[in-house]
Design a protein around this ligand. Sequence first.
Ligand code: ATP
Ligand code: MG
Length: 397
Amino acid sequence: MSKKGLTDTVPAAIAHKDMAVIVSSVSKSFTRWQRKERPQEQGASEEISDGASRDSNGTSRNSGKASRDSGGECFLQEKPGSRQKRIFGKGGIRTVFGQEKRTVTALDDVSFQVKRGEFVAYAGPNGAGKSTTMKLLAGMLQPTAGSVSVLGMSPEKDRIRLMRKLGVLFGNRTELWWDHPVIQSFEWKKVVWDIPEAVYRRNLGMVTELLDIGEIRNTFARELSLGQRMRADLGMMLLHSPEVILLDEPTLGLDVVAKRQMIEFLKRLNREEGVTILVTSHDMDDLEEMARRILMISRGKLVYDGSFDGLRDIAGNLTHLTVTTDGRVPELAGCRLLEGKNGVFQFEVDLTRLPIRGMLERLSQADGILDIEIRKPPIEQVIAQLYQAWKCDAADF
Ligand SMILES: Nc1ncnc2c1ncn2[C@@H]1O[C@H](COP(=O)(O)OP(=O)(O)OP(=O)(O)O)[C@@H](O)[C@H]1O
Ligand SMILES: [Mg+2]
């Protein structure tokens, strides 16, 4: 092998070893069967509850006679004095109840990598392709094109081997045995997964304490509240000490206390145990609190990979300024007044146009100021702005 060949391959091998997840040019399409649109639904005529059709004057067009719909494909015949109809003509009954095949591209040429020990947020609007990505990483689906590697293994080919190192939690599903106490599902996992007793005891102790599972260990899964069920599912998922965990909306429906507890637990797991975490959520504040890096997906395409502050920059980075005065309206040129009442005024400032020094100078010259508070734009608002922009871009195509 040439010297050049060696230098080329070694860094690649090291890079691969450091990576927990590698997604390369992955596309995923689904074939969806859906009800064919009936000509009446597209045309001017309107469907009435008994299946006959009316013209725009509201007159039924098939009373006692055969009639042709606007597509000219199908005949409805009604027996005089009866509400029964028969369907004839080209396509016949299939024209009315037929299904058509549609291809949905859930992921379109998506590539990203996650290093071992990273905590990455994966966000995007409804239907963007987040759960599909999680399922591909877990080996529950196969890509239509491209390749996926988790801890150097193919989820498709090495699924059983990979499952020993991977933990997967879908917020809307449970792995617990419905008609058994929680602890029984835990014991079952220990046996089936062949988890060594010492590992099981240690992990059981950790999740019992940190996820506050003690009280619900002996409760039947079917009797758990949503938040309790989620904690029990997360606890069970961690019993085999996974190195990478995939969480699809783990905070779904949790109350503020349960959510805080889960977030703190996940941060600790990442920090102290070095577990790699990829998490989806629609709660951007939660994501920002947990992860430093965010991947954003929209209509199956990866549209952002970077920091949360980088997202703020894209969206214009409008800093929020709250000014409390003795009642006077502060005159702050370059700051946009959003609202003001009872002496408290909210402004929006574009720091790329008015640098912080200039803003502070203007504040120091204004009369009657009692207090000021400067905040980064809330990430929820930034993301809402971006989603809206992407929606408009898509509509332009
Ligand atoms: N099994 C399936 N069959 C057909 N289409 C599917 C299937 N699973 C997902 N899709 C489609 O793929 C697209 C992406 O779905 P996905 O569940 O990945 O979105 P998501 O980002 O997780 O959305 P949400 O935030 O609502 O959970 C959607 O258009 C969805 O309808
Ligand atoms: Mg989803």
